[in-house]
Design a protein around this ligand. Structure first.
Ligand code: HEM
Length: 223
């Protein structure tokens, strides 16, 4: 004999697409990067490398000494937090699962779609453009920290300075890596603005609600 199912419909729980460790390190990293860039611009303004300075409102620290204090404090946060994220990424398989594979054909296709504002976005799956950008910013992060350490302690870390080809080259590399990171953040934020539904999952970890309505396919447009 069969009985009718009278129990109320089960509330479907949304799956976790960003683990807690990735979210925590991401937001701490975003805070550290903002502090480092703004205080770095104040330090740069005290002895500009090029024929321009950064506007005062975009700097942090108030004066050279204050900016150096901010820069070094945020550097330790970025370094420790970055090492935790990298350890999880490499040892926990996060990079292998989410950043790989990265195929030239996928990249060309996604780049073409992105430029035509037709790139699809699936919750929890990074497209080839995102994968390339995330890998590039990781390399820039390593470069900015290594070049920064070599211009901070050029005597103690002279082998690192030599690796860059001298103090002046290391200073330029530090600036260029900073510019690359700022460029990444600008594109990254533009993508979040174009697909705002990616933001809440980066806070709560759970896939967006509308993803379930579309029976798990949750395709949406992303530039
Ligand atoms: C307030 C500024 C930021 C916002 C609003 C933001 C937002 C986001 C969002 C929504 C995602 C998930 C994208 C998706 O699911 O498709 C993401 C991922 C990511 N973001 Fe950001 N982000 C910010 C700053 C940064 C900064 C400064 C960096 C590095 C310099 C960064 C690096 C990354 C990386 C590497 C990922 C991939 C994380 C992973 O899965 O391992 N973000 N961000």
């Amino acid at each position: 004999m069969t009985t009718a199912n009278t129990s109320p419909p089960q509330k479907q729980s949304r799956r976790i697409i960003h683990p807690l460790l990735v979210r925590a390190t991401h937001w701490l990293n975003a805070f550290a990067i903002v502090c480092m860039v703004m205080s770095g611009w104040e330090i740069y303004n005290a002895s500009p490398l090029f024929a321009f300075t950064f506007p005062k409102w975009a700097t942090l620290g108030g004066w050279l000494g204050g900016a150096i204090a901010w820069h070094l404090a945020a550097m330790w946060l970025l370094l420790v937090n970055g090492l935790i994220y990298l350890a999880y990424g490499f040892l926990g398989g996060h990079f292998r699962r989410h950043f790989l594979p990265l195929r030239v054909a996928d990249l060309l296709r996604d780049l073409k779609d992105a430029l035509r504002f037709k790139l699809t976005h699936q919750a929890g799956i990074y497209n080839a453009v995102q994968r390339l950008m995330y890998m590039a910013v990781l390399l820039l992060g390593v470069l900015v920290v290594a070049s920064g350490l070599s211009i901070w302690k050029p005597v103690q870390l002279d082998s690192l300075v030599d690796l860059f080809g001298g103090y002046d080259v290391a200073r330029r590399v530090h600036f260029i890596a900073m510019a690359g990171i700022v460029g990444f953040v600008a594109i990254h934020l533009a993508l979040v603005l174009i697909v705002p539904s990616t933001l809440l999952p980066m806070v709560t970890g759970r896939e967006p609600k509308h993803g379930l309505k579309q029976h798990g396919s949750n395709q949406e447009q992303q530039a």
